[in-house]
Design a protein around this ligand. Structure first.
Ligand code: NAD
Ligand code: 0WE
Length: 265
Protein backbone atom coordinates (compact mmCIF):
# COMPACT_ATOMS: atom_id res chain seq x y z
CA UNK A 1 0.00 0.00 0.00
CA UNK A 2 1.40 3.44 -1.07
CA UNK A 3 4.84 1.79 -1.09
CA UNK A 4 6.99 4.78 -2.08
CA UNK A 5 4.87 7.83 -1.22
CA UNK A 6 7.43 8.90 1.41
CA UNK A 7 10.60 7.59 -0.28
CA UNK A 8 13.58 9.81 0.54
CA UNK A 9 11.69 11.68 3.28
CA UNK A 10 13.04 11.92 6.83
CA UNK A 11 10.65 12.48 9.72
CA UNK A 12 10.65 12.95 13.49
CA UNK A 13 7.92 11.19 15.48
CA UNK A 14 7.35 12.75 18.92
CA UNK A 15 5.10 11.03 21.47
CA UNK A 16 5.63 7.30 20.98
CA UNK A 17 5.07 5.50 24.31
CA UNK A 18 4.14 1.97 23.19
CA UNK A 19 2.53 0.02 20.36
CA UNK A 20 -0.92 1.34 21.34
CA UNK A 21 0.16 4.97 20.79
CA UNK A 22 -1.37 7.00 17.97
CA UNK A 23 2.26 7.87 17.14
CA UNK A 24 2.87 4.16 16.44
CA UNK A 25 0.03 3.97 13.92
CA UNK A 26 1.43 7.03 12.18
CA UNK A 27 5.05 5.78 12.29
CA UNK A 28 4.10 2.41 10.75
CA UNK A 29 2.19 4.07 7.91
CA UNK A 30 5.07 6.44 7.15
CA UNK A 31 7.75 3.71 7.32
CA UNK A 32 5.71 1.39 5.07
CA UNK A 33 5.54 4.28 2.58
CA UNK A 34 9.35 4.53 2.55
CA UNK A 35 10.09 7.23 5.13
CA UNK A 36 13.21 7.18 7.33
CA UNK A 37 12.22 7.90 10.94
CA UNK A 38 13.66 9.34 14.14
CA UNK A 39 11.79 9.11 17.44
CA UNK A 40 11.77 11.20 20.59
CA UNK A 41 10.54 9.87 23.92
CA UNK A 42 9.91 11.29 27.37
CA UNK A 43 11.86 9.85 30.24
CA UNK A 44 14.17 6.84 30.54
CA UNK A 45 11.27 4.58 31.52
CA UNK A 46 9.94 4.75 27.95
CA UNK A 47 13.31 4.21 26.25
CA UNK A 48 13.14 0.42 26.68
CA UNK A 49 9.74 0.36 25.01
CA UNK A 50 10.56 2.75 22.18
CA UNK A 51 13.93 1.25 21.12
CA UNK A 52 12.51 -2.08 19.91
CA UNK A 53 9.56 -0.37 18.19
CA UNK A 54 11.90 2.00 16.35
CA UNK A 55 14.12 -0.95 15.35
CA UNK A 56 11.02 -2.74 13.97
CA UNK A 57 10.72 0.17 11.50
CA UNK A 58 14.44 0.21 10.68
CA UNK A 59 15.27 3.21 12.87
CA UNK A 60 18.14 3.46 15.36
CA UNK A 61 17.54 7.15 16.05
CA UNK A 62 15.75 7.30 19.40
CA UNK A 63 16.32 10.53 21.30
CA UNK A 64 15.11 11.87 24.67
CA UNK A 65 12.96 14.99 24.78
CA UNK A 66 10.85 16.53 27.54
CA UNK A 67 8.86 19.19 25.67
CA UNK A 68 8.46 21.12 28.94
CA UNK A 69 12.19 21.85 28.85
CA UNK A 70 13.51 24.27 26.22
CA UNK A 71 17.07 22.90 26.50
CA UNK A 72 15.73 19.39 25.90
CA UNK A 73 14.00 20.50 22.69
CA UNK A 74 17.16 22.31 21.58
CA UNK A 75 19.23 19.16 22.22
CA UNK A 76 16.77 17.03 20.24
CA UNK A 77 16.95 19.25 17.15
CA UNK A 78 20.73 19.63 17.46
CA UNK A 79 20.94 15.82 17.30
CA UNK A 80 18.61 15.71 14.27
CA UNK A 81 20.70 18.42 12.57
CA UNK A 82 23.87 16.46 13.35
CA UNK A 83 22.46 13.22 11.96
CA UNK A 84 20.46 14.42 8.94
CA UNK A 85 21.16 18.14 8.46
CA UNK A 86 17.52 18.50 7.36
CA UNK A 87 14.00 17.30 8.19
CA UNK A 88 10.97 16.67 5.96
CA UNK A 89 8.20 16.15 8.51
CA UNK A 90 7.40 16.21 12.22
CA UNK A 91 4.57 14.43 14.07
CA UNK A 92 3.66 15.90 17.46
CA UNK A 93 1.57 13.28 19.30
CA UNK A 94 1.95 14.75 22.77
CA UNK A 95 -0.63 15.85 25.34
CA UNK A 96 -0.72 15.82 29.11
CA UNK A 97 -2.75 17.08 32.07
CA UNK A 98 -3.19 16.08 35.71
CA UNK A 99 -5.62 13.18 35.42
CA UNK A 100 -7.15 14.17 38.76
CA UNK A 101 -8.54 17.20 36.92
CA UNK A 102 -9.86 15.12 34.02
CA UNK A 103 -12.84 14.19 36.12
CA UNK A 104 -15.44 16.35 37.87
CA UNK A 105 -16.02 19.94 36.68
CA UNK A 106 -13.88 22.14 34.44
CA UNK A 107 -14.52 25.15 36.71
CA UNK A 108 -12.48 23.40 39.44
CA UNK A 109 -9.31 23.42 37.28
CA UNK A 110 -6.26 24.71 39.17
CA UNK A 111 -4.07 27.49 37.83
CA UNK A 112 -1.03 25.21 38.11
CA UNK A 113 -2.58 22.41 36.04
CA UNK A 114 -4.07 24.86 33.53
CA UNK A 115 -0.62 26.33 32.96
CA UNK A 116 1.15 22.98 32.79
CA UNK A 117 -1.49 21.51 30.45
CA UNK A 118 -1.24 24.45 28.07
CA UNK A 119 2.56 24.32 28.16
CA UNK A 120 2.86 20.60 27.38
CA UNK A 121 -0.22 20.13 25.18
CA UNK A 122 -0.19 23.40 23.23
CA UNK A 123 2.94 25.55 23.44
CA UNK A 124 5.18 22.51 22.85
CA UNK A 125 3.94 22.28 19.23
CA UNK A 126 4.92 25.92 18.65
CA UNK A 127 8.29 25.34 20.34
CA UNK A 128 8.90 22.35 18.05
CA UNK A 129 7.85 24.34 14.96
CA UNK A 130 10.32 27.09 15.91
CA UNK A 131 13.19 24.58 15.69
CA UNK A 132 11.84 22.43 12.87
CA UNK A 133 11.39 25.28 10.40
CA UNK A 134 15.16 25.87 10.52
CA UNK A 135 15.72 22.32 9.23
CA UNK A 136 12.88 22.19 6.69
CA UNK A 137 12.71 23.07 2.99
CA UNK A 138 9.61 23.83 0.90
CA UNK A 139 7.47 20.69 0.95
CA UNK A 140 7.98 20.11 4.67
CA UNK A 141 5.00 19.16 6.79
CA UNK A 142 4.02 19.23 10.48
CA UNK A 143 1.16 17.37 12.13
CA UNK A 144 -0.38 17.42 15.61
CA UNK A 145 -3.25 15.50 17.24
CA UNK A 146 -6.41 17.06 18.66
CA UNK A 147 -9.80 15.89 19.89
CA UNK A 148 -13.47 16.85 19.42
CA UNK A 149 -13.53 17.98 23.05
CA UNK A 150 -11.98 21.20 21.66
CA UNK A 151 -15.17 21.94 19.72
CA UNK A 152 -17.96 20.60 21.94
CA UNK A 153 -18.10 19.73 25.63
CA UNK A 154 -17.12 16.11 26.18
CA UNK A 155 -17.69 15.03 29.78
CA UNK A 156 -14.59 15.42 31.96
CA UNK A 157 -12.24 16.33 29.10
CA UNK A 158 -12.20 19.69 30.91
CA UNK A 159 -8.93 21.63 30.63
CA UNK A 160 -7.72 19.32 27.85
CA UNK A 161 -10.63 20.60 25.77
CA UNK A 162 -9.56 24.19 26.33
CA UNK A 163 -5.99 23.18 25.48
CA UNK A 164 -6.99 21.42 22.28
CA UNK A 165 -9.01 24.47 21.22
CA UNK A 166 -5.86 26.54 21.67
CA UNK A 167 -3.81 23.91 19.82
CA UNK A 168 -6.24 24.01 16.88
CA UNK A 169 -5.95 27.81 16.75
CA UNK A 170 -2.15 27.59 16.92
CA UNK A 171 -2.18 25.24 13.89
CA UNK A 172 -3.77 28.03 11.83
CA UNK A 173 -1.27 30.69 12.96
CA UNK A 174 1.67 28.32 12.39
CA UNK A 175 0.26 27.46 8.94
CA UNK A 176 0.29 31.16 8.05
CA UNK A 177 3.81 31.79 9.42
CA UNK A 178 5.42 28.68 7.88
CA UNK A 179 3.39 28.66 4.67
CA UNK A 180 5.58 31.42 3.28
CA UNK A 181 8.44 28.87 3.33
CA UNK A 182 6.31 26.13 1.79
CA UNK A 183 5.91 24.25 5.07
CA UNK A 184 2.43 22.90 5.82
CA UNK A 185 0.93 22.59 9.34
CA UNK A 186 -2.16 20.46 10.04
CA UNK A 187 -4.04 18.60 12.76
CA UNK A 188 -5.92 15.33 12.94
CA UNK A 189 -8.91 15.25 15.30
CA UNK A 190 -8.97 11.58 16.25
CA UNK A 191 -11.89 9.74 17.79
CA UNK A 192 -11.37 8.11 21.20
CA UNK A 193 -8.77 5.31 21.14
CA UNK A 194 -7.70 3.12 24.07
CA UNK A 195 -4.10 4.28 24.52
CA UNK A 196 -1.91 4.91 27.56
CA UNK A 197 -3.18 8.53 27.61
CA UNK A 198 -6.71 7.16 27.72
CA UNK A 199 -6.02 4.73 30.56
CA UNK A 200 -6.85 5.93 34.02
CA UNK A 201 -9.72 7.98 32.60
CA UNK A 202 -12.96 7.13 34.37
CA UNK A 203 -15.77 5.80 32.14
CA UNK A 204 -13.52 5.66 29.06
CA UNK A 205 -15.25 2.40 28.13
CA UNK A 206 -18.56 4.27 28.15
CA UNK A 207 -17.07 7.03 25.95
CA UNK A 208 -15.86 4.42 23.44
CA UNK A 209 -19.26 2.70 23.42
CA UNK A 210 -21.08 6.01 22.95
CA UNK A 211 -18.86 6.92 20.00
CA UNK A 212 -19.30 3.49 18.42
CA UNK A 213 -23.09 3.77 18.69
CA UNK A 214 -23.35 7.36 17.48
CA UNK A 215 -20.77 7.41 14.66
CA UNK A 216 -21.98 7.08 11.04
CA UNK A 217 -19.52 4.20 10.56
CA UNK A 218 -20.87 2.56 13.78
CA UNK A 219 -17.37 1.80 15.01
CA UNK A 220 -14.45 3.36 16.83
CA UNK A 221 -11.34 4.39 14.90
CA UNK A 222 -7.95 2.69 15.28
CA UNK A 223 -4.40 3.98 15.31
CA UNK A 224 -4.12 2.50 11.80
CA UNK A 225 -7.09 4.64 10.63
CA UNK A 226 -5.26 7.68 12.01
CA UNK A 227 -1.94 6.50 10.50
CA UNK A 228 -3.34 6.34 6.98
CA UNK A 229 -4.86 9.83 7.20
CA UNK A 230 -1.64 11.15 8.72
CA UNK A 231 0.29 9.66 5.79
CA UNK A 232 -1.96 11.62 3.42
CA UNK A 233 -1.45 14.92 5.31
CA UNK A 234 2.32 14.41 5.68
CA UNK A 235 2.80 13.40 2.02
CA UNK A 236 2.70 15.34 -1.22
CA UNK A 237 -0.88 14.12 -1.73
CA UNK A 238 -1.82 16.99 0.62
CA UNK A 239 0.46 19.56 -1.11
CA UNK A 240 -2.40 22.08 -1.14
CA UNK A 241 -3.59 21.45 2.45
CA UNK A 242 -2.47 23.53 5.42
CA UNK A 243 -4.08 24.95 8.55
CA UNK A 244 -6.57 22.09 8.32
CA UNK A 245 -8.13 19.97 11.06
CA UNK A 246 -9.01 16.58 9.58
CA UNK A 247 -11.52 14.57 11.64
CA UNK A 248 -10.62 10.89 11.73
CA UNK A 249 -13.48 9.88 14.03
CA UNK A 250 -15.78 7.54 12.02
CA UNK A 251 -17.85 10.65 11.29
CA UNK A 252 -18.92 11.25 14.90
CA UNK A 253 -18.54 15.05 14.67
CA UNK A 254 -21.16 15.38 11.90
CA UNK A 255 -24.05 13.82 13.83
CA UNK A 256 -26.36 16.13 15.76
CA UNK A 257 -29.12 13.66 16.55
CA UNK A 258 -29.83 10.11 15.33
CA UNK A 259 -33.15 9.29 13.71
CA UNK A 260 -35.33 7.59 16.36
CA UNK A 261 -36.33 4.92 13.85
CA UNK A 262 -32.72 4.14 13.11
CA UNK A 263 -32.68 0.38 12.37
CA UNK A 264 -30.11 -0.34 15.08
CA UNK A 265 -32.09 1.25 17.92
N1 NAD B 1 -6.28 8.40 22.68
C1 NAD B 1 -7.26 9.21 22.29
O1 NAD B 1 -8.46 8.94 22.48
C2 NAD B 1 -6.93 10.50 21.59
C3 NAD B 1 -7.90 11.07 20.77
C4 NAD B 1 -7.61 12.30 20.13
C5 NAD B 1 -6.38 12.89 20.31
N2 NAD B 1 -5.46 12.30 21.13
C6 NAD B 1 -4.15 12.96 21.26
O2 NAD B 1 -3.18 12.14 20.59
C7 NAD B 1 -1.88 12.43 21.12
C8 NAD B 1 -1.18 11.11 21.44
O3 NAD B 1 -1.82 10.51 22.55
P1 NAD B 1 -2.11 8.92 22.60
O4 NAD B 1 -3.56 8.75 22.77
O5 NAD B 1 -1.38 8.26 21.49
O6 NAD B 1 -1.50 8.50 24.00
P2 NAD B 1 0.01 8.09 24.41
O7 NAD B 1 0.02 8.11 25.90
O8 NAD B 1 0.43 6.86 23.69
O9 NAD B 1 0.89 9.30 23.84
C9 NAD B 1 1.01 10.51 24.56
C10 NAD B 1 2.49 10.83 24.54
O10 NAD B 1 2.72 12.13 25.12
C11 NAD B 1 4.02 12.04 25.70
N3 NAD B 1 4.28 13.14 26.62
C12 NAD B 1 3.54 13.57 27.68
N4 NAD B 1 4.16 14.58 28.30
C13 NAD B 1 5.34 14.80 27.63
C14 NAD B 1 6.43 15.69 27.79
N5 NAD B 1 6.47 16.57 28.81
N6 NAD B 1 7.46 15.63 26.89
C15 NAD B 1 7.44 14.73 25.87
N7 NAD B 1 6.45 13.84 25.66
C16 NAD B 1 5.41 13.90 26.55
C17 NAD B 1 3.99 10.70 26.42
O11 NAD B 1 5.29 10.27 26.74
C18 NAD B 1 3.33 9.83 25.36
O12 NAD B 1 4.32 9.24 24.54
C19 NAD B 1 -2.13 13.35 22.33
O13 NAD B 1 -1.96 14.70 21.91
C20 NAD B 1 -3.60 13.14 22.64
O14 NAD B 1 -4.16 14.29 23.28
C21 NAD B 1 -5.69 11.12 21.76
C1 0WE C 1 -11.40 10.80 24.84
C2 0WE C 1 -10.67 11.21 26.11
C3 0WE C 1 -9.31 11.17 26.33
C4 0WE C 1 -8.24 10.73 25.37
N1 0WE C 1 -7.76 11.96 24.73
C5 0WE C 1 -8.60 12.51 23.69
C6 0WE C 1 -6.65 12.67 25.15
O1 0WE C 1 -6.36 13.70 24.59
C7 0WE C 1 -5.81 12.21 26.33
C8 0WE C 1 -5.77 13.37 27.31
C9 0WE C 1 -5.00 13.05 28.55
C10 0WE C 1 -4.10 14.00 29.01
N2 0WE C 1 -3.42 13.81 30.16
C11 0WE C 1 -3.57 12.66 30.86
C12 0WE C 1 -4.45 11.66 30.42
C13 0WE C 1 -5.19 11.86 29.24
C14 0WE C 1 -4.64 10.43 31.26
C15 0WE C 1 -3.37 10.07 31.98
C16 0WE C 1 -2.74 11.27 32.62
O2 0WE C 1 -2.10 11.15 33.67
N3 0WE C 1 -2.85 12.47 32.01
O3 0WE C 1 -8.98 11.63 27.56
C17 0WE C 1 -10.19 11.94 28.19
C18 0WE C 1 -10.40 12.45 29.47
C19 0WE C 1 -11.72 12.68 29.86
C20 0WE C 1 -12.79 12.45 28.99
C21 0WE C 1 -12.57 11.95 27.71
C22 0WE C 1 -11.25 11.70 27.31
Amino acid sequence: MSSQLMAGKRGLIMGLANDKSIAWGIAKACAEAGAELAFSYQGDALRKRVDPLAAQLGSDTVLPCDVGDEASIDALFAAIKEKWGALDFVVHAIGFSDKNELRGRYVDTSRANFTMTMDISVYSFTAVAKRAEKLMQPGGSMLTLTYYGAEQVMPHYNVMGVAKAALEASVKYLAEDLGKDGIRVNAISAGPIKTLAASGIGDFRYIMKWNEYNSPLRRNVTTDDVGKSALYLLSDLASGVTGENLHVDAGYHVVGMKAVDAPDI
